[in-house]
Design a protein around this ligand. Structure first.
Ligand code: AMP
Length: 500
């Protein structure tokens, strides 16, 4: 059991009245006690009602809905069993989450005669079509590919008895609302609906109000509350030295498993190339990477054979890669909550988890807002034994970053602004705007919702509103941080290498 998963003390799995084949699978998985979201959600789902649950990855929410769904489906035979006609549809935002959820359905359902299937884009559609010619009880899907199958009449949604929207807030963030509405229109009116979301924005409220009927309500502690248990630190470092410093840190401390977050897909690629050039095996995972490349990188990272995974926020969402020893913020996120999501992947008290942020002085405003959210100062730590390489090229001027706290889908609407700095797509047949719906997975529809594009020296269409008003705060923040002991990298000695 992951060390950082809290369990419920009063309620046992036995008291939840789950079918024996499920109890055996739970025992095989090594779970002894239900987590809080399981203890609360399982009885509500078993009772047949709708559910609104505030829970995120890492709380055990997947078993919280998968176990009772398997119980309900196995207790009652399908009314009209036909190939390619699932009884339960689980919609998720990302391919990786789809794969994880379906794996859970298989794990918990292994002693039951139910069949599950996963469906997402970026991979050949033919094996999915073939699978749909057989029995499918539980379908886990991302919205775009699901609609492709509907369009090709390979999937029949008229038998769906239970609908799950998992990570609903992420799906809305990624611009899937229109697809979700189209899918809802294809489902039978009479069904059970379960909605899981880490946050409750007005959009989620609107969605749940229209979808759920007298729902049961469950909310479990957000990861924000665990932040104080993670060892956090900041290294102040100019942007152009960050990749050198990261190589140094990984080598010097012999880090074995590091998840690095970059702001852009392009930045993730560049950093990965630099690490590999420095002799550190690394792979990037983001929306422009082919699905097989993403799956391979993630598998290698999880099994420990790949020490560094460089990811963008969107690609890393929902990944069950908790208990990491090191998470590095190569750039601070614009949205403070994303910082909490990122660092929540490290170990907790008792384990050696550390969250390290490399912060350029331009990012001090972001740091300040993160500190305000988590209600604590993150210590600035000087770095020993690091001397940056001599003769670094001068850094190109960069456009201001999006204001802190502005979510991607709240960005100002400026025609074409999101595409202007689009990096060249990787050679997997993807066009700037994928025309084939199979290629749309994880490409949020609204360009402003896409992962931010690389800085290329051009000013953005609209100035960052927060910038002018917070200039003085920037300065005092800079003064606070510069009053701290400064690492060697602020007084570079050309040609002198003190690190390894
Ligand atoms: P999830 O939030 O669904 O992504 O689950 C996070 C992790 O918790 C997964 O690795 C599960 O295998 C694990 N897990 C789920 N339920 C339990 C439980 N009752 N006891 C221990 N671990 C669990």
């Amino acid at each position: 059991m992951p060390e950082n998963i809290s369990t419920s003390n009063e309620i046992t799995f036995a008291s939840l009245n789950l079918a024996q084949p499920l109890m055996r699978a739970i025992a095989d998985a090594g779970y002894t006690t239900p987590t809080p979201v399981q203890a609360q959600a399982i009885p509500l789902v078993l009772a047949g009602g709708d559910l609104l649950a505030g829970a995120q990855t890492g709380t055990g929410k997947t078993a919280g809905f998968t176990l009772p769904i398997l119980h309900l489906l196995s207790a009652k035979p399908a009314a009209n069993p036909r190939p390619g006609r699932p009884r339960c549809l689980i919609l998720v935002p990302t391919r990786e989450l789809a794969a994880q959820v379906e794996e859970s359905a298989q794990t918990y359902g292994k002693y039951l005669p139910l069949k599950s299937m996963v469906m997402f884009g970026g991979v050949n559609i033919n094996p999915q079509m073939k699978a749909l010619r057989g029995q499918v009880d539980i379908l886990v899907a991302t919205p775009g590919r699901l609609l492709d199958h509907v369009g090709q009449k390979t999937l029949d949604l008229s038998g769906v008895e239970i609908l799950v929207l998992d990570e609903a807030d992420r799906m809305l963030d990624m611009g899937f609302i229109r697809d979700i509405k189209k899918i809802l229109a294809l489902l039978p009116k009479q069904r059970q609906n379960l909605l899981f979301s880490a946050t409750f924005s007005d959009e989620i409220k609107t969605l749940s109000d229209g979808l759920l009927h007298n729902p049961g309500y469950v909310e479990v502690a957000r990861r924000n509350s665990t932040v104080e248990l993670i060892a956090q630190s900041v290294h102040m470092v100019p942007q152009k030295l960050k990749s050198h410093l990261l190589s140094h840190l990984i080598k010097h401390h012999d880090w074995k498993q590091v998840l690095v977050f970059t702001r852009t897909k392009h930045g993730a690629n560049r950093l990965t190339e630099k690490l590999i050039a420095d002799g550190i095996p690394a792979a990037a995972i983001h929306g422009n990477k082919s699905q097989p490349a993403r799956t391979k990188a993630l598998a290698q990272f999880k099994d420990g054979s790949l020490p560094v995974l460089v990811a963008t926020d969107i690609a890393a969402r929902g990944l069950d890669i908790d208990q990491l020893p090191h998470v590095v913020n190569f750039e601070l996120p614009n949205v403070p909550e994303d910082y909490v999501h990122r660092i929540g992947r490290t170990g907790r008290a008792g384990s050696s988890g550390a969250a390290i942020s490399l912060v350029d002085k331009e990012e001090l405003q972001f740091l300040r807002d993160i500190e305000r959210l988590i209600k604590r100062e993150i210590p600035v730590v000087a770095i020993d034994n690091f001397a940056p390489p001599a003769n670094l090229p001068a850094e190109a001027p960069r456009p201001p970053r999006q204001a802190q706290g502005q979510r991607r889908n709240n960005a100002p609407r400026t025609a074409g602004a999101g595409n202007r700095h689009q990096p060249p797509r990787e050679s997997q047949g993807q066009k700037q705007k994928p025309r084939n719906p199979q290629q749309r997975e994880q490409q949020p529809r609204n360009p402003q919702q896409r992962e931010q594009q690389p800085r290329n020296g051009q000013p953005s269409a609209k100035p960052r509103p927060a910038q002018k008003t917070t200039e003085q705060q920037h300065q005092s923040e800079a003064a606070r941080h510069q009053a701290m002991p400064q690492p060697a990298l602020f007084s570079p000695k050309p040609g002198v290498r003190r690190g390894r």
